[in-house]
Design a protein around this ligand. Structure first.
Ligand SMILES: Nc1ncnc2c1ncn2[C@@H]1O[C@H](COP(=O)(O)OP(=O)(O)OP(=O)(O)O)[C@@H](O)[C@H]1O
Ligand SMILES: [Mg+2]
Length: 350
């Protein structure tokens, strides 16, 4: 099989995996473009690792195909494996070996020509900042450093595709930032799929995200879209002194105010209004109009949830509600897509 006209691209079609009768991955399809960083987002047990193991040829699929650079993993596994650097969930490092020896050995397994091995190992260690650790026994390294050795191993053989299964899990915040920076750096000349259960992580490094839950794709979208969908309508929380009906009338008369969501009593003559607004620009006219009509604005805060906050909500709650949140997100995005589609059809009909 020759190369397709899409150079360096991953194409996943109807990929399915059953463990016995249990479907871990059900009929998923998506593509990854050249030098794209795709986030593969999903809660525990969603099917991320199973999918990645199938893409890398470590696990046979029950059904479906994976093509890398035009090569089918089932027909040309060697051609595919040559092009992929894989950082599995648990890096397959030999604990009794020293870092350099291990990487050198791994370079051999990856068929890096003998004369290139030293340079490749040096480069990979440098990229992961583990040069100082090269003589250490892997089993004596901390988890973060072991993870880096696994990552360095994934870079050996200069593969163009990198598949990284939760590369930041278990790392300290500095290491997390480092790994994110590394992914950004690598994205200049690599195509990358990386999985995570952290929404904010996806926003930090990817252009596009595939959300998987319970083995099926719940959403596939750009970060910008996702952000909009997570954030929803921006709101302003305003503590206002003034007669309630008067304040209500003023609020409703202002361009950019979409509605009053809630009014809560604060103290006599003072209420807290939660107002749905088009965007933050409406603050200025809101405040000046209210003050101009003798209604004092005592406090004003923007309550638009950021992706970061959504992530905290998604990850700090228990698995069940996190799953529910993902599901909710998927449904919302699907509904939006359908609405868009409908709007498009309507336009065509007009
Ligand atoms: N070898 C296996 N045998 C049987 N079931 C399995 C096996 N490996 C995974 N599963 C099941 O398949 C489903 C998907 O698991 P997978 O490891 O792909 O999820 P994940 O998204 O990577 O989760 P995590 O975030 O916890 O790593 C789960 O329900 C899991 O229990
Ligand atoms: Mg996993």
């Amino acid at each position: 099989m020759g190369k397709g006209h899409f150079n360096r691209m991953v194409e996943i079609k109807n990929l399915t995996k059953y463990y016995g009768l249990h479907p871990a991955v059900k009929d998923i399809s998506f593509t990854v473009g050249d030098r794209e960083v795709l986030g593969f987002l999903g809660p525990n047990g969603a099917g991320k690792s199973t999918t990645m193991n199938m893409i890398t040829g470590c696990l046979p699929s029950t059904d479906g195909t994976v093509t890398v650079d035009g090569f089918d993993i089932a027909k040309d596994p060697m051609e595919v494996k040559k092009r992929i650097g894989y950082l599995p969930e648990i890096p397959p490092v030999y604990p009794e070996m020293r870092v350099r020896d291990y990487l050198n050995f791994a370079a051999g397994l990856k068929r890096v020509p003998r004369k290139d091995r030293k340079k490749q190992v040096d480069d990979a260690m440098e990229r992961l900042h583990i040069t100082d650790m090269q003589k250490r026994v892997i089993g004596h390294l901390s988890k973060g450093y072991r993870q880096r050795v696994g990552f360095a191993m994934a870079l050996l053989g200069s593969p163009k595709f990198l598949i990284l299964d939760e590369p930041t899990v278990g790392l300290d915040p500095t290491q997390v930032m480092e790994v994110r920076r590394l992914i950004q750096e690598l994205s200049l000349d690599h195509t990358i799929i990386f999985s995570t259960h952290i929404l904010a992580e996806v926003a930090a490094v990817c252009q596009r995200v595939v959300i998987i839950n319970k083995g099926t794709i719940r959403a596939e979208d750009t970060i910008a879209h996702l952000e909009e969908s997570v954030a929803g309508v921006p709101m302003l929380k305003m503590k206002i002194e003034g007669e309630m009906s008067k304040v209500t009338n003023i609020l409703n008369s202002i361009d950019g105010v979409l509605g009053i969501d809630e009014v809560a009593f604060d103290s006599p003559g003072v209420n807290i209004f939660t107002v749905k607004v088009k965007n933050d620009n409406v603050r200025k006219p809101l405040v000046s109009t209210l003050v101009g009509q003798d209604c004092m604005v005592l406090e004003i805060t923007s309550t638009k949830p950021s992706l970061e906050e959504a992530f905290v909500k998604l990850t700090q709650t228990g698995t069940t509600s996190r799953e529910a949140a993902f599901e909710e997100l998927g449904k919302k995005m699907e509904a939006e897509r359908q609405a868009e589609e409908k709007a498009g059809k309507q336009k065509e009909a007009d």
